[in-house]
Design a protein around this ligand. Structure first.
Ligand code: SPV
Ligand code: MG
Length: 431
């Protein structure tokens, strides 16, 4: 009896898959590689059904002999293990991101004389349309809120980018780069106090009030489906925090990060150049505990942000606070630094892993910007936040265009810097 192998994620099942299974099973005993939850989350998007559910469906389809996990998009590991005589796939992977995966299949099969059989792609299935329906459905609050916790459990690191209005949020939601057989996208959206304030022409001193911040969150939620992490500044007065946090949770935000400062808050990247006061441990723990008590779901996360390194209070203080904040109920810790080298952040990570390896850890590498995500992930960081990069790149581009027009006293010279009129008219679809 010959053996046949196919690999699918099986999260959305359509007649194209059944067609493939039917044809493949005619050639021998069919083994179906099901992409693991980690693989689907890394290479596609968060799975709707988990691995066990997807496997159960597939192993009960006529013609399937057995299902096995496939941990990456690449088939090589499983092919070497099962040495199938045939691999089946639709003929739609000759170009684009999957072409290298296809080549690896051909090369591996050659080792024992196996064969790749490609069947015509089922034309009348629109995966884009199905994905759009899922995207819209997953933007509602109850579907969106839990996504951050899910991503933390499934991805080596949750890649998060700031947004400060609808347009920048669309960039975060839609930016996509194909690289080394995988598609890189952002996983989550950071609503930064710095960029939300800057976009309104205001300083980052908790001057932009909660009503205004909620309006920014709404604007961003209307056009995106990715999970949202809110920069909650100091959280304000405890008495206000417990109300605000309920509103944010109800809206479908996934997490709030509050920093252990009091008084007039200034941006952390000023460090000790300006006067900033750290809250005492007891007070801040009380705020965390009160916040946790006010919540209605266990999906929403309160992440405590430690400012000890920013304020030059030392590593021991940072570690002491991390322990206390976790004991008070914090669902995660953000450690911040404004050093250009990551040494103190790495030292914190190492120490943190000794007592809280399972508590999500967040970093914001604005100043230690040369560190790759992979390095952070290896050190146990779960979320990396690019906290201000869209607005910082937009401003010089706008200023440059403004100056070109002033210099030339007409707008022709600025044209090359701009989106074409056709592009801006079609950038936002009207339905
Ligand atoms: C923000 O983005 O507003 C932050 C991060 O709080 S930082 O600016 O680095 O303090
Ligand atoms: Mg901030």
């Amino acid at each position: 009896m010959k053996t046949v192998y196919i690999a699918i994620s099986a999260d959305i099942l359509h007649h194209g898959h059944i067609n493939l299974i039917k044809k493949a099973s005619e050639y021998g005993e069919l083994i179906v590689g099901i992409l693991t939850d980690e693989a689907v989350a890394t290479f596609k998007r968060l799975p709707i059904l988990n691995f066990e559910e997807r496997s159960f469906i597939i192993e009960n389809i006529n013609g399937v002999k057995k299902v096995v996990p496939q941990t990456t998009l690449d088939y090589t590991e499983n092919l070497k293990k099962f040495k199938p005589d045939y691999v089946f796939h639709g003929d739609d992977w000759k170009e684009g991101i999957q072409s290298q995966i296809r080549q690896n299949v051909i090369n591996t099969l050659e080792e024992w004389g196996g064969q790749l059989i490609e069947i015509p792609f089922t034309e009348d299935v629109s995966i884009d349309q199905i994905n759009n329906i899922i995207k819209n459905a997953s933007s509602i609050p109850d579907a969106r809120r839990g996504k951050l916790k899910q991503l933390i459990s499934l991805k080596p690191i949750v890649r998060t980018m700031e947004a400060h209005n609808g347009l920048s949020a669309l960039v975060v939601d839609n930016a996509k780069v194909t690289k080394d057989e995988q598609i890189n996208t952002f996983d989550a959206i950071w609503i930064s106090s710095l960029t939300d304030s800057t976009a309104k022409g205001k300083p980052d001193i908790e001057l932009v009030d909660m009503t205004s911040r909620i309006s920014t969150i709404n604007e961003i939620m209307e056009v995106t489906s990715k999970p949202i992490i809110l920069d909650g500044d100091t959280g304000g007065l405890l008495e206000h925090f417990v109300f605000n946090i309920k509103t944010i949770e109800r809206m479908g935000v996934s997490a709030i990060i509050i920093e252990d400062k009091i008084g007039l808050k200034k941006n952390s990247l000023f460090g000790t150049d300006v006067e900033q006061t750290q809250d005492n441990i007891e007070n801040f723990c009380e705020k965390i505990s009160a916040g946790k008590k006010a919540l209605l779901t266990d999906e929403f996360m309160i992440i405590a942000r430690i400012e000890s390194l920013i304020l030059k209070k030392g590593m021991d203080d940072a570690i002491k606070r991390a322990k206390a904040y976790i004991n008070a109920g914090a669902d995660g810790i953000m450690i911040h630094s404004r050093e250009s080298e990551p040494d103190e952040i790495f030292e914190f990570c190492d120490k943190f892993n000794e007592f809280a390896p399972d508590v999500p850890l967040v970093v914001v590498p604005t100043s230690f910007n040369h560190v790759y995500e992979e390095e952070f992930a290896k050190r146990g960081v779960n979320i990396v936040i690019y906290a201000n990069h869209l607005i910082r790149s937009a401003y010089p581009a706008m200023m440059n265009t403004a100056k070109l027009i002033l210099e030339n006293e007409r707008c022709k010279e600025a044209e090359d810097q701009c989106l074409s009129i056709k592009e801006i008219l079609t950038l936002i679809p009207d339905e």
